[in-house]
Design a protein around this ligand. Structure first.
Ligand SMILES: [Zn+2]
Length: 343
């Protein structure tokens, strides 16, 4: 080959390599088979709970607002474990990584409660309530390949008698009765439409009932940032200025969240997860509801990183999905083992 041809050949090879890399780190939709599908959730949770019925109970918390789809919680804990932790894997239908993580957590607890020293310590103290999704309507449409970024539930918010999949629905993480008056009204088509009134959605009511029944010490809500604006960050509740007791609680919570964040490497970039600084949204948020109503240590974790092309990958391939789940579970285990020793 001539020198020019060799150069062209090398150029072609490197172009292929770059294409290959970005294909490996791109969003994949419809979702790969390795992702849990909505019609598998109930049997998977049943299977998990039946491994040790004395340790795990599957609960039906309620039904979704429009299609009356069931919302499940798996309670896992020893009789003596009195401190309670809530894990919610999904509020937004397209944010599927948290569903994967929460089901994997349930599996890990069941598998390792007698064999792993740290999980044993954790489970001597803590009882887990794991809710893989509170948005079965949105998740179903995403799983079925209908719309990749179906965020809200399926409420017919423009009242035209049918589902407009791209615009209908209430943002379930804006519907909790907290800081409700803060938001300037947005159209019902908006991604963050908070609903007609506080807790108008049965999905949110189901979680409120759970919160009322159990005094949760800690609640973690998993999300994914499809815009990439919040990727790989942890968000704390808002603080009411001048409330010193709240400031102290938040300082402690920030330390705990920092510990978690500093243990999770970013998916594609250098560095680790971080705790978000400054103001984040607070209207109707789960973390604010739990923190301000029940004094629960509550925060939100955004799963899914930014690839080398600057794209937020919230539907990664199976291999990256598993990596994200396992590194977050490892971090969770470490911080909970620490926490189990305290208080
Ligand atoms: Zn979200």
């Amino acid at each position: 080959m001539s020198a020019v041809r060799i150069q062209l050949f090398i150029l072609l090879l490197s172009a292929l390599a770059i294409l290959g890399c970005s294909a490996n780190s791109a969003n994949i939709y419809p979702l790969p088979k390795a992702y849990l599908h909505h019609d598998q959730l109930h049997s998977r949770l049943q299977e998990i709970s039946q491994k040790a019925p004395a340790l795990a109970q599957l609960h039906l918390l309620g039904f979704s607002a429009t299609e009356e789809l069931p919302i499940y919680a798996l309670q896992i804990g020893k009789a003596q474990a009195q401190r309670k932790i809530l894990i919610i894997g999904q509020h937004h239908g397209d944010e599927v990584l948290g569903v994967e993580l929460s089901v994997a957590l349930a599996e890990e607890l069941m598998q390792k409660h007698e064999s792993d020293r740290q999980w044993m310590q954790i489970m001597d103290e803590f009882r887990f309530f794991i809710v893989p999704t509170i948005n079965p309507e949105g998740w179903k449409r995403v799983c079925d390949g209908e719309y990749q970024f179906k965020r809200k539930n399926n409420r017919d918010t423009n009242n035209n008698g049918r589902l407009d999949i791209r615009s209908d629905g209430v943002d379930l993480n804006r519907n909790y009765p907290v800081f409700w008056a803060d938001q300037v009204p947005v159209p019902t088509t908006h991604a963050n439409y908070k609903g007609e009134r506080p807790a108008s959605e049965t999905e949110v009511q189901a979680i409120m009932e759970l919160a009322e029944k159990h005094s949760f010490e800690l609640a973690i809500f998993y999300h994914s940032s499809s815009t990439g604006l919040f990727s790989e960050k942890i968000f704390l509740p808002n603080r009411i200025q001048g409330d010193e007791e709240q400031k102290r609680r938040l300082d402690d919570l920030r330390d705990f969240a920092n510990d978690y964040a500093s243990r999770v490497k970013k998916d594609y970039q250098k560095g680790y997860y971080q705790v978000g600084e400054g103001n984040s949204s607070r209207v109707g948020n789960a973390r604010n509801f739990f923190f301000h109503t029940y004094q629960t240590d509550a925060f939100l974790v955004e799963l899914g990183g930014i690839n080398s092309a600057g794209i937020s990958v919230v539907h990664p391939n199976a291999k990256m999905k598993d990596k994200i789940v396992s590194k977050n579970l490892a971090a969770l285990k470490q911080v909970l083992a620490q926490r189990a020793k305290g208080k």
